[in-house]
Write a protein that binds this ligand. Structure first.
Ligand code: BJ8
Length: 425
């Protein structure tokens, strides 16, 4: 660890002792789960480097941005329209909330029967172990679920939080409400940054984020091929990094990775044998460093080829419709795009079930694993309907409910192996 980094973390009021423990745990886990994989694309070296310096270079960039008068806006959900932040000269950062490490810290305040994602994110602030939280000027939350929205009230006692109201239905009235929320968010961001959002800078921001979405679409399309040229773990890591890396650089690195995968496909080079079971994971998002389920599945001889989640297709499958016209229409296009994220917070949410059946066919999967974090009631309830829809489509489903700890890893592995056996026969 460089002295420069230690000074930077000290300036950010990081609890260095806890932070050391966090980084010391991450290194061996990454070695075991990622670096031990065989036959990885060379383009993954960039992502390995990013994780190897996870609290270093990018944090330095954000601090430099702040020193230049820029603002950093942290988010926990793909509903927050990042285009507005980029347009006003800010940098949006999707906060990671995927480690068990910070869960016990959160449990000193939050109810234990809260989902791991909420506890992990809150624990990061309480324990002062995340430089991305520390460097951000504003945290933007949303009302997607009760646990989150109540946690944001408490988080606001530690750091400024602004909450966007996400409607629960997809009616015209709800769309209008959401449109109003996007307009209000524009005012908040303009006030924070001191910069006006114009048709010109918003147009550029829409293009910037759309380009990254297109690169991710390309990556996912390449995973439809058999044998698949990249592991599910590596694809997951690439998308997790997209949440906080610079959007332009991210698009470039994704494009380079996809160019390499094209060559692999042309050479018939896969990461798993062509007959390895192909799995789609659907459900709760997996924030970095949550690699648990992918690792269990891929170390059991299958390969994950798609994620229907917010760290998957829901993050990039819809573009903002580019419009040459005025700011009002651009803001409307942004609002419309975000209303097409089929999160389980909506009722009804048939589009998500339709998506999973469609994706299962497009990616030629042998089975779907439905993943929901313990105490997440929206996804747990949708799993019931999902099971029925997939049964009707003749697609096997395994329902997994878990948290971030490794306590149930053995039991889950047994269930996954049994599921894969069933698929093979
Ligand atoms: S758009 S999925 S990122 S809300 S898992 S905290 S729902 S109790 S994460 Fe999500 Fe936005 Fe929806 Fe996507 Fe609550 Fe459930 Fe926890 Fe969740």
């Amino acid at each position: 660890m460089s002295n420069e980094n230690i000074q930077m973390w000290t300036d950010l009021k990081i609890d260095l002792k806890s932070h050391d423990l966090l980084l010391n745990a991450l290194g061996p886990a990454f070695q075991d789960i990622y670096l031990s994989q065989k036959n990885r694309p060379a383009g993954m070296a960039f992502y390995d480097f990013v994780v190897g310096d996870i609290h270093g270079i990018r944090v330095k960039e954000l601090i430099q941005h702040a020193k230049n008068g820029g603002k950093v806006v942290a988010t926990y959900c793909v509903f927050v329209p990042e285009e507005l932040v980029w347009a006003a000269g800010g940098i949006p950062v999707g906060l990671c909330a995927g480690t068990q490490f910070s869960v016990p810290m959160a449990e000193t305040v939050l109810p234990r029967n809260t989902c791991a994602l909420i506890k992990s994110s809150f624990g990061f602030k309480l324990g002062r172990v995340c430089p991305y939280v520390q460097v951000s000027h504003l945290i933007v939350g949303e009302t997607t679920c009760d646990g989150k929205k109540k946690m944001f009230e408490i988080l606001n006692q530690y750091q400024p939080v602004y909450v966007m109201e996400v409607p629960n239905k997809k009616t015209e009235r709800s769309r209008n409400l959401w449109h109003g929320e996007v307009l209000a968010f524009k005012d908040v961001i303009e006030k924070l940054t001191g910069n006006k959002i114009t048709a010109e800078n918003l147009g550029q921001a829409i293009e910037l984020v759309n380009q990254r979405r297109l690169a991710l679409q390309r990556l996912y399309n390449l995973r439809k091929v058999s044998p698949v040229p990249i592991s599910g773990k590596d694809a997951l890591l690439a998308i997790q990094v997209s949440f906080y890396d610079d959007a332009k650089r991210d698009t470039q690195m994704l494009t380079a990775l996809c160019d390499e995968l094209d060559k692999r496909i042309a050479a018939g080079q896969g990461v798993a044998p062509a007959n390895a079971p192909r799995i789609l994971i659907s459900g709760s998002p997996m924030a970095i460093p949550n690699w648990k389920l992918h690792h269990l599945i891929e170390s059991s001889g299958a390969v994950v080829v798609c994620e229907e989640s917010c760290t998957g297709t829901r993050f990039f499958s819809e573009l903002v419709k580019p419009t040459q016209s005025n700011l009002d229409e651009q803001l409307k296009a942004v609002a419309d795009r975000y209303m097409n994220i089929h999160c389980a917070c909506f009722t009804p949410n048939d589009e998500r079930f339709d998506d999973v059946v469609r994706l299962a066919k497009e990616y030629q999967v042998d089975g779907v694993v439905h993943y929901n974090l313990q105490f997440c009631h929206t996804y747990a309830n949708e799993a019931i309907t999902m099971e029925k829809k997939l049964e009707d489509a003749g697609i096997p489903l395994l329902r997994i409910e878990t948290d971030y700890s490794d306590e149930d890893a053995g039991q889950l592995k047994t269930r996954i192996e049994a599921f894969l056996e069933m698929i093979k026969h």
